[in-house]
Ligand binder design. Structure first.
Ligand SMILES: NC(=O)C1=CN([C@@H]2O[C@H](COP(=O)(O)OP(=O)(O)OC[C@H]3O[C@@H](n4cnc5c(N)ncnc54)[C@H](O)[C@@H]3O)[C@@H](O)[C@H]2O)C=CC1
Ligand SMILES: O=C(O)C(=O)CO
Length: 326
């Protein structure tokens, strides 16, 4: 039977599916598979089921002569050297779609939490500062009727915009080349990034991390944003220049940031963002619902099972691997 290495314990449905026809080895530590173990396991594996916290680079691919499939337990695949995998004929899979609504729910929740300062408010109660109802303390911002800027109008960006229609928001977006029909349905306006930054009350990031989007929001971008603007990042930490964000929050160039993702992850405990009251940070929870994580496991398993049979993965990042060379 083919040998499959799974770099972390995932929900059982996907693992059970794999076990029907593969020898499955699962790293059962709380932390990622250590690099040396990952290299040893990859050397013997026909397929690996990886987490976004695993670095799948050329050194690993070189150490894995039998590897046919790298199946990422995520829609994002910036942790994988996809070009290197393609050169070696290794298929790369991901898990799009099944996590779209969970991630959009989470981005919307973070937007509301930042607007109404829930992190600060919770600390206020826990620290015994709640003495009476207060007419002017912890005042936040209206979400209803405000302008939302969606950067990256793909699956999750569109799902975020759909939620915003229920809050009567004006919706601006960039990116999403084939999104015209959805944009029309939602009443969303395509604009240049600069216009989006200048006009939005809330800016929500939904682009993949690529060489083009790395540091997309830097010093200049924060200067264009409203002083009352709230940034929500559920994409990847690297899309934002962290140092510029710290300055923007400290100097009041923007009002607030709500971060599901940071660069690096986890955020080092001495990072200044952790000292700021106007920054809400949670540990990369976008897809973290029971049902969604289960579905991601099933897709990740199905990608492996197809690849091991030489079939195109149901969700393949580099389908050219399966193109007939004749
Ligand atoms: N926080 C979390 O737990 C999660 C984070 N994510 C992140 O969200 C990202 C988006 O996921 P999906 O919506 O499924 O992907 P998608 O591929 O459907 O959407 C991405 C959109 O960004 C656009 N885009 C790419 N480069 C751009 C640029 N420079 N400027 C503007 N737009 C650009 C694309 O055209 C596309 O429309 C993933 O790549 C992943 O990094 C995804 C799921 C959960
Ligand atoms: O799928 C992704 O890309 C995530 O970040 C976690 O689900």
């Amino acid at each position: 039977m083919p040998r499959v290495y799974v770099t972390r314990k995932i929900p059982p449905t996907g693992l059970d599916l794999l076990r029907q026809s593969c020898d499955v080895y699962v790293w059962d530590g709380e932390l990622p598979t250590p690099r040396d173990v990952l290299l040893e396991e990859a050397a013997q594996a026909d397929a690996i089921l990886t987490m976004l916290s695993d670095r799948i680079d050329s050194a690993l691919l070189d150490a894995a002569p039998n590897l046919k499939v790298v199946s990422n337990y995520a829609v994002g695949f910036d942790n994988i050297d996809v070009a290197g995998a393609t050169e070696r004929g290794i298929a790369v899979g991901n898990t799009p779609g099944v996590l779209t609504d969970a991630t959009a729910d989470h981005a919307f929740a973070m937007m509301l939490a930042a607007a109404r300062r829930l992190g600060e408010a919770e600390r206020y109660v826990h620290q015994g500062e709640w003495k009476t109802w207060h007419p002017t303390k912890l005042l936040g911002q209206d979400v209803f009727g405000a302008t939302l800027g969606v950067v990256g109008f793909g699956r999750i960006g569109q799902a975020m915009a759909r939620r915003a229609t229920g809050f009567n928001m004006r919706i601006l977006y960039t990116g999403g080349s084939s999104a015209g029909a959805v944009a029309a349905e939602l009443g969303a306006e395509a604009v240049e990034l600069e216009t989006l930054l200048r006009e939005s009350d809330f800016i929500s990031l939904h682009v993949p991390l690529t060489p083009d989007t790395k540091g997309l929001l830097g010093v200049d971008a924060f200067k264009m944003m409203k002083e009352t603007a709230i940034l929500v990042n559920t994409a990847r930490g690297g899309v934002v220049d962290s140092a510029a964000l710290v300055t923007a929050l400290q100097e009041g160039q923007i009002a607030y940031a709500a971060l599901d993702v940071t660069d690096p992850e986890p955020i080092p405990m001495d990072n200044p963002l952790l000292t700021l009251d106007n920054c809400l940070i949670v540990p990369h929870l976008g897809s973290a619902t029971t049902t969604t994580r289960d579905r991601m496991g099933v897709i990740a398993a199905e990608n492996i099972l197809a690849g091991l049979k030489g079939e195109t993965l149901p969700f393949c990042v580099n389908p050219e691997v399966f193109e007939d060379e004749s």
